[in-house]
Write a protein that binds this ligand. Structure first.
Ligand code: GAP
Length: 532
């Protein structure tokens, strides 16, 4: 959960923060304007950290889920899927460690009653120091131009050296306090470095205390503590408790996996950055059950396999990186994040964890039921080890759309320049695959032919018919929602049954017979390409 010192003493070239913020604002505004994502309950001024997916958002999200499901379940003969209930027996969360340890350190500001995560306040302080270093580097690079030696500058500039030492001291204390679960020390760090509420500047803090992130609710027919239920904070436990049900009913042999897509809920103290951190979100998780001792081999396999999954949709390799965990959770013997460079910097997109036999053993102990596998090759029973891949669907959505949204300058044949906003999403994931547009909306012949083509194509793809503006405007709208193909019906179409088909990325227009449209589109939007 906490970032490492390495994250703060950046090794990559500093980025211009204001540019990053601008890009992020554009992504958020685009999502609203084009019907991808709306603030939940907006008419009541919204509910923080809850979002609704609009007409294009739900299509894109479903396509992400389908891509994940097909590559994990359909493409692996030894992985099967389930859809477990969100409510689980409360003992589940005792066994998993969530009741006792799924906490964040909470601190309140006494002047304004605002709540913060103590760790985020301290990390924010270190991040500010790092930004000061970045600014010094940018200034020096401008001043010394080609003669600038960044490594030497970082090692010798007295101001930069001072900032770096300060980051190291504060982060060393922070990492130790976090590891020890020492809330008093966390408060001491905040006081020693005079860390203030970033908005009001107030330093009037309460003590730091642990805050459990699970939402609880009550069973209808049982009063008091006994009827207390939790909304699941991860989907994984639904898989663990079903391990034997699935193994026996599908006659799987180890190694095998169980996959699931579903909602998870966390009462995040501070939920920020749009759909990056929400209180209700969706996870795509897979638990891979292996023979004890073989887990590192499978951990390596899934690390590589998951990175390929991200790259296959065209995410540039330089925007993805692995980040090994320095502090392992109590249940893990290895853990790595796949980080993506969001507009606000590199952040966790997916986690791959070697979870040992912790979860199955805990459920076995607390339930008193055996959760063991009989290995016919070894002729013995054991509790399998587990390698988990876990990705947030919403975070994947944000990564995809942040990477895809581009502003391009176009030059017409007459030399006139214009800009377009285009979502360069892989065609297989695009919300709408093809738009059918009549060149003129008042011409019955064109409209009828376009509607007929739309009807035919809609048997195969999610498509759109649109005649609400000039053809230029219609193209721009389809570019903005990422539609890979636009079919235009013009007067020539009425004579020879051909149409033009425009490619979103190259802008090339090809004249093709109507009966060929489906095959052309199918070829490009087929998810099959992503799997090869
Ligand atoms: N079963 C393991 C597990 O839940 P995690 O690192 O806590 O691990 C896995 O969560 C993934 O779920 C993260 O990599 C992230 O993509 C997503 N995720 C976690 N908390 C989230 C939140 N509050 N909002 C959106 N996505 C979240």
């Amino acid at each position: 959960m906490f970032l490492s010192l390495r994250t703060y003493l950046r090794e990559e070239k500093p980025k211009d923060m204001s540019q990053q913020n601008e890009q992020f604002k554009k992504v958020v505004a685009h999502c609203k304007e084009y019907g991808f994502i709306f603030q939940s309950s907006e008419v009541y001024d919204g509910l923080s950290a809850a979002y609704d997916y609009g007409p294009y958002g739900v299509e894109l999200k479903n396509n992400i889920k389908e891509y994940w499901w097909r590559s994990m379940v359909q493409m692996h003969e030894n992985i099967v899927g389930i859809d477990a209930a969100i409510f689980m027996h409360p003992k589940t969360w005792k066994a998993s460690g969530h009741v006792d340890a799924f906490n964040d350190p909470l601190i309140d500001n006494k002047d304004n009653n605002r709540r913060f995560r103590a760790d985020q306040l301290i990390e924010g302080y270190a991040e500010k120091l790092q930004e000061k270093i970045d600014k010094e580097v940018i200034k020096a690079r401008k001043r010394f131009k080609d003669n600038f030696d960044e490594t030497k500058f970082l090692a010798e500039s007295p101001r930069v050296v001072g900032y770096r030492e300060q980051i190291k001291t504060v982060m060393d204390r922070f990492i130790k306090a976090t590891g020890d679960g020492d809330m008093v020390e966390l408060k001491a760090i905040i006081e020693d470095y005079e860390i203030a509420d970033p908005e009001t500047g107030s330093r009037n803090w309460t003590d730091v205390r642990q805050f459990n992130l699970m939402f609880s609710t009550q069973l209808g027919n049982i009063a008091g503590e006994e009827g207390k239920l939790y909304l699941r904070p991860e989907t994984a436990q639904g898989i663990f408790v079903n391990f034997l049900n699935v193994q026996k009913s599908t006659r799987q042999k180890i190694p095998f996996g169980i996959a699931q897509i579903g909602k998870a809920f966390r009462n995040e103290i501070v939920a920020r950055q749009f759909i990056f951190r929400m209180r209700e979100f969706e996870q795509m998780e897979m638990q891979f059950f292996v023979r004890p001792g073989s887990e590192m081999q499978w951990y390596k396999y899934w690390k590589e396999s998951r990175m390929k999954w991200h790259e296959a949709i065209g995410t540039p390799a330089e925007k993805l990186r692995f980040h090994d965990h320095d502090n392992l959770a109590h249940y893990a013997n290895a853990a790595v994040d796949i980080e993506f460079e969001f507009p606000f910097g590199f952040k966790e997109l997916e986690g791959i964890h070697s979870r040992t036999d912790f979860d199955l053993t805990s459920h076995q102990e607390l339930s008193g039921k055996k959760l063991q596998y009989f290995d016919p090759e070894l002729n013995e029973n054991y509790v399998p080890y587990v390698v988990e891949t876990s990705i947030g669907c919403d975070r994947m959505f944000l990564a995809l759309i942040s990477n895809a949204l581009q502003e391009e300058t176009l030059t017409s044949t007459s030399g006139k320049e214009s800009t377009r906003e285009v979502l360069k999403i892989h065609p297989a994931l695009a919300p709408v695959k093809v738009a059918v547009l009549p060149l003129k909306r008042n011409e019955d012949g064109l409209v009828n032919m376009a509607k007929d083509i739309f009807k035919q194509l809609s048997f195969s793809f999610n498509c759109q018919y649109d005649d609400t503006g000039s053809i230029g405007k219609l193209y721009r709208r389809q570019d903005a929602i990422g539609t890979p193909f636009c079919v235009t019906v013009d007067f020539e179409s009425l004579d020879d049954n051909t149409v033009t088909i425009r490619d979103r990325d190259t802008l090339e227009q090809e004249r093709v017979p109507i009966e060929k449209i489906e095959a052309i589109v199918r070829d490009r939007v087929n998810m099959k390409q992503l799997f090869s």
